[in-house]
Design a binder for this molecule. Structure first.
Ligand SMILES: [Zn+2]
Length: 371
C-alpha cells in the first residue's frame, strides 16, 4: 500500500510538472495567436488536440512534446488537419514539399529541361572551372575519340548499351533513385498525417515509413555504383546486390511491431546508419579506381555534404534536441523530428547533385577511355 501511495504521489508530481510545462507550451503558442488545446471541427463535432498524458499508450512516443496531439481522429479530419496547426503539421509539410521538389526534378529530367533539372549547375560550374581547365587535354583526346566513332545512325541498340563516349548512357538507375526518394518522402508525409487515426493504422503507417526510409537508402546507391562501375559489371552486381540484401533484411526486421516503439529509436537509427556506412566500401573502392577522374573533387564534395546532412539529421532524431532541453517549447515548431526531416531533404538533394555529375561524366566518357 505504501509503495502504491508513493507511486500515486509521484504520478501527481509528474502531472503537475506536465501541466506546468503545458502552460509554458501554451504561452509560447498564444504568441502565435493559437490557443492550441481546444478546437471545434466540422458539423459541430468537437475534436480536441490533447496533451501527451492524455494520449493512448501506442502514441506516447516523445515525452518532451507535451501538447497539440491529435488522437483517434477520423480519416477525413486527419486529412484536413494538413491545413491546421498541431504538432505534426510541419512534419507533414517538410516531406511533402520535398516530395514535390523531387517530382518536379523527375519531370524536368524526363522532359529534358536542363535549366530546371540542373539546379546545381551554377554551383558545379564555378567549382569545376579549375578541374575542367586541368582536364582540357583530356577533353581534346575525347573529341578525337568522338571523331573516330562510327556514324550514330548505324549503331544498334545493343551497341548503345556499351556506353560509348559522347552518347547518353542508360538512365534507369537515376530514375530508380528519384523514385525511391519520392516514395520515402510521400510515405513519410502520409504517415505523419494519418497515424493519429487508430492504433492499427499507426502501426501500418510506421511500417510503411520505415520501409520508405530503407528504400530511399537502397535506391540512393544505385546511380553511384552503376555509373562508377559501369565498365566493370561484376562490381556493380556485388555492391548493388549487397546493399539490396541489407535493405531487405532491414525492412523484414523493422516490420516487427515491437521494434516500432520509442524504446528502439536508437536501434532503428543504427540499422539505417549501418546501411549508409556499408556505402563506404564501394565509395573507397570508387575513389581508388577513379583517382584521376577530373570530377573527383566535385563528387566527393557533394557526397560528403550528403553524409554530413544525413548524420546531422540522425543526431537530432536520436537525441531529441531541442525539445529535451525545454519540454513543451517546441511542440508546434522546431522540434527534432522536423529538423531531421529538413536534413533528409537536404541530404537527398546533395546526392541528386552528385548523381548529375556521374551522369554527365558517363555520357561524355563512356567506357572506352576508362576500362
Ligand atoms: Zn518523420
Amino acid at each position: 500500500m505504501g509503495s502504491a501511495s508513493k507511486r500515486k504521489s509521484n504520478r501527481n508530481m509528474m502531472d503537475s510538472q506536465v501541466s506546468h510545462n503545458q502552460k509554458l507550451g501554451s504561452s509560447v503558442c498564444s504568441k502565435r495567436g493559437n490557443d492550441g488545446q481546444e478546437r471545434t471541427l466540422s458539423k459541430g463535432k468537437k475534436y480536441v488536440l490533447v496533451s501527451f498524458r492524455d494520449l493512448p499508450d501506442h502514441m506516447k512516443d516523445n515525452e518532451f512534446i507535451l501538447g497539440y496531439y491529435r488522437a483517434n481522429w477520423p480519416l477525413k479530419e486527419a486529412l484536413f488537419s494538413i491545413f491546421r496547426w498541431h504538432n505534426e503539421t510541419l512534419n507533414v509539410w517538410t516531406h511533402f514539399v520535398g516530395f514535390l521538389l523531387f517530382l518536379g526534378l523527375a519531370i524536368a529530367n524526363l522532359m529534358q529541361v536542363p535549366q530546371a533539372s540542373d539546379i546545381f549547375g551554377l554551383f558545379s560550374r564555378s567549382i569545376l572551372t579549375n578541374t575542367e581547365m586541368n582536364s582540357s587535354n583530356h577533353s581534346k583526346s575525347l573529341l578525337w575519340i568522338s571523331s573516330k566513332l562510327p556514324d550514330l545512325k548505324h549503331i544498334t541498340p545493343q551497341k548503345m548499351d556499351l556506353s560509348l563516349p559522347g552518347m547518353p548512357t542508360t538512365r534507369w538507375p537515376f530514375y530508380v533513385f528519384l523514385g525511391g526518394s519520392m516514395f520515402c518522402l510521400l510515405s513519410s508525409s502520409i504517415c505523419h498525417l494519418f497515424s493519429c487515426h487508430s492504433h492499427k493504422l499507426n502501426i501500418l503507417f510506421l511500417r510503411i515509413d520505415y520501409t520508405g526510409i530503407t528504400i530511399m537508402i537502397i535506391t540512393s546507391f544505385f546511380p553511384p555504383i552503376y555509373y562508377i562501375f559501369q565498365c566493370d559489371s561484376h562490381w556493380q552486381f556485388i555492391y548493388i546486390g549487397g546493399i539490396t540484401a541489407m535493405g531487405v533484411f532491414t525492412i523484414v526486421t523493422l516490420l516487427s511491431p515491437s521494434l516500432s516503439s520509442g524504446k528502439y529509436r536508437a536501434f532503428r537509427a543504427l540499422l539505417f546508419c549501418s546501411m549508409g556506412f556499408f556505402g563506404l566500401v564501394p565509395a573507397i573502392h570508387a575513389v581508388i579506381v577513379n583517382w584521376s577522374n577530373p570530377k573527383r573533387d566535385t563528387i566527393l564534395a557533394y557526397e560528403s555534404a550528403m553524409a554530413l546532412f544525413y548524420l546531422t539529421g540522425t543526431g537530432f532524431y536520436i537525441s531529441r534536441i531541442p525539445e529535451r532541453l525545454k519540454p513543451g517549447w517546441f511542440d508546434l515548431a522546431g522540434h527534432s523530428h522536423q529538423i531531421f526531416h529538413v536534413f533528409v531533404v537536404l541530404g537527398a538533394l546533395a546526392h541528386y547533385g552528385a548523381t548529375l555529375v556521374f551522369l554527365d561524366y558517363r555520357d561524355r566518357v563512356g567506357c572506352e577511355v576508362n576500362p
